[in-house]
Design a protein around this ligand. Structure first.
Ligand code: S3P
Length: 170
């Protein structure tokens, strides 16, 4: 069994993903971490030196390498849903769970972090609102299930996903 987590930066994919993996005795994988490992450099460096289109290409190649594996929770980069090809690849891996949160909550969670190239702009808060709005249809279309983490602890969000997963397999 696999579970895929999608959603914007700062919605808790990593924290919830680690909890899900340990509760369900699955491995935890993260597309950004896999990309950094293959490329031997940080996401910020890839964006700065080779640009977003190159990053997106590597992201798709990374999803292809996961097709033959099983028993993992996959946390994905926030922009993975932008390519239809990626969504098809994700759906062939496992059920896709969308984590959502309000823009002000997202901003509060990530404002002190330095590794998000898309938010290195003069007004990151406005940028979050703008990108969230443009991505919303992509997230909704890709998701089999959605959890709003705005008012939930990572533990509570993980519990909700496990309950959904169990109700689905019964
Ligand atoms: C991105 C989100 C990042 C990372 C890259 C692009 C995006 O991942 O993939 O900086 O387009 O939203 P997280 O969502 O894990 O921060």
């Amino acid at each position: 069994m696999n579970i895929i987590l999608i959603g914007f930066m700062g919605v808790g994919k990593s924290a919830v993903g680690h909890l899900l993996a340990s509760e369900l005795e699955l491995n935890f994988l993260d597309t950004d971490e896999l990309i950094e490992k293959t490329e031997g450099r940080k996401i910020g460096e890839i964006f700065a030196l080779d640009g977003e289109p190159y990053f997106r290409q590597v992201e798709t190649e990374t999803l292809k390498t996961l097709q033959d594996y099983d028993n993992f929770v996959l946390s994905t980069g926030g922009g993975v849903v932008l390519k239809e090809e990626n969504v098809a690849l994700l759906k062939s891996i496992g059920p896709v769970v969308l984590l959502k949160a309000d823009s002000d909550i997202i901003y509060g969670r990530i404002k002190n972090e330095k590794h998000r190239p898309l938010l290195e702009v003069a007004d990151p808060k406005a940028e979050i609102v703008k990108i969230l709005e443009s991505r919303d249809p992509y997230y909704s279309k890709a998701a089999d299930y959605a959890v709003d983490t705005s008012k939930l602890t990572p533990e509570a969000a993980a519990k909700e996903i496990i309950e959904w997963q169990r109700s689905k397999s019964n």
